[in-house]
Design a protein around this ligand. Sequence first.
Ligand SMILES: [Mg+2]
Length: 187
Amino acid sequence: MLEKFFPDLTVDSIYDIEPEILLEKNIRGVILDIDNTLVAMHVRVADDKVVRWIERLKESGLKVCIVSNASKTRVDRFNEKLKVFAVHRASKPGSRGLLKASEYMGLGPEEVAVVGDQLFTDIYGGNRLNMFTVLVKPVDDREVFFVRIKRLPEKIVMRRYHGRSSEDDARRKKWKQDSARRILDRS
Ligand SMILES: [Mg+2]
């Protein structure tokens, strides 16, 4: 059952995500990962390009939050210019941080997109809650050991993703809905 790790959409970079594409799918809010999604891991503050892109999302009517597994120091510093609602040490794929962000935005999980570079944290975490998941290519290929060891199994999943059938898609859709129901009933 690798479908639970499949994203709903894949893009080369965040700059390929057109707000209109999300709005058409009834998405009203976006949860962003930081490291290797918005910037490389060594970049401490949001650069102008990121700031402008997030402004564009907001101008299109989308709400924007950050949910990161990184430390408070990392997230607070990065968020200085952006000033969006941010959750640090989120323990993705756990649902706590993602739910906190969707509740803050006043949106149901199915109205939220999760954007990230890792299948087993960002994408799986979003899928479990029936959020719309967007996989971006890592900004930088210099990665810490704990991330690097996950890239090989990710490749195996993505090979399956590219060869998926419509039955896989249907099974995945149902799994997402059932999983979200289970988690939301519990919380
Ligand atoms: Mg990341």
